[in-house]
Ligand binder design. Structure first.
Ligand code: CUA
Length: 319
């Protein structure tokens, strides 16, 4: 059914869907009774020539019913929601792993837990942008924060929404019952690129998760040579990461082309051949002069020459 809260694929989403269906069912019954009684009365007691309406003053029994029944319903809903909220908000028991999530304009970044299997050779932890890979059947705690404005994390098949707030950590958990790919979306309007803030959660069978992590760590390690760390940091912290994706890092921008293997490409944007230090430097300095109308702005004078050099050195490692 796709990303839809009423197609739950994990215990948290199931819990929410369960409450939804009970409330929805009761609402339909109440609507039918109210509209039915209204229609019936409107026809039966309508104004007709020669009829005088019966003059009554209240009806204790009826009034009691339509006061007590809704009160009992509202109390039941409260107790039910309360009971479910305990389960939904329980982010700390039986947690298999904790992932740090950062929302920024306009992409989600994930940092995997401080465990040996996620350690890169340079000692940093595995990170990813847009896509989060988790093992099936395990409770994954998410610690959310934001870099700039408020975003909201929502993968409907796996759980509820939670705001990611700058300078503050919020928590939630997700769990997938079956292997598969689950789509999500930022749910708080956060500017121009809000619609591009997609989330993909991939759930792997538990037996395959360690192998996935190893591959991901190897892939990410390519881009973490200590000699090019300055360029990598500048790329990820600066405007580049907002538009470009580099797998194995938090850069997950969708506006520009993916740069995961830029150094192995035959040319830059089809206009500069080959991909080498000289051409990359020219390109970053002033892309519009080579391809008029391109979205990428010129960084000549915007970023220091040294920073551009560092970034180019790092891009050259992305083979
Ligand atoms: Cu981030 Cu909307």
């Amino acid at each position: 059914m796709g990303p839809w809260p009423l197609d739950p694929r994990g215990p948290l989403a199931e819990s929410i869907a369960f409450v939804y269906w009970i409330l929805f069912g009761c609402a339909v019954v109440v609507l039918a009774i109210v509209v039915g009684a209204l229609t019936y009365s409107g026809i039966k007691f309508r104004d007709r020539p020669g009829r005088v309406a019966q003059q009554i003053h209240g009806q204790n029994q009826l009034e009691l019913i339509w006061t007590v029944v809704p009160t009992l319903m509202v109390i039941s809903f409260t107790v039910l929601s309360w009971n479910r909220l305990n389960f939904i908000n329980d982010v700390n028991s039986n947690v298999a792993m904790t992932v740090k999530v950062e929302g920024r304009q306009w992409a989600w970044g994930f940092t995997y837990p401080d465990q040996a299997m996620f350690k890169l050779p340079d000692g940093t932890l595995l990170q990813s942008g847009e896509q989060l890979d988790i093992p099936v059947g395990q409770k994954i705690k998410l610690e959310l924060t934001a870099k700039d404005v408020i975003h909201s994390f929502w993968v409907p098949n796996l759980g509820g929404k939670k705001d990611a707030v700058p300078g503050h950590t919020t928590t939630m958990w997700i769990q997938a019952d079956q292997p598969g790919t689950y789509k999500g979306q930022c749910f708080e309007f956060c500017g121009d690129g809000h619609a591009d803030m997609l989330i993909t959660v991939v759930a792997h069978p538990q037996s395959e998760y360690a192998a996935w992590a190893q591959t991901a760590v190897t892939e990410a390690a390519r881009a973490t040579a200590p000699e090019t760390k300055a360029g990598r940091d500048a790329f990820l912290a600066g405007p580049c990461a907002g538009c470009h994706t580099v797998k194995g890092t938090t850069a997950a921008g969708k506006v520009g082309p993916e740069l995961t293997h830029i150094a192995s490409k035959p040319n830059i944007a089809g206009v500069l051949t080959p991909v080498n230090q000289e051409n990359l430097t020219k390109w970053v300095h002033n892309a519009p002069s080579f391809k008029p109308g391109i979205l990428m702005p010129k960084f000549d004078g915007v970023l220091p020459d040294k920073t551009i050099d560092d970034i180019v050195q790092w891009l050259l490692t992305l083979k």
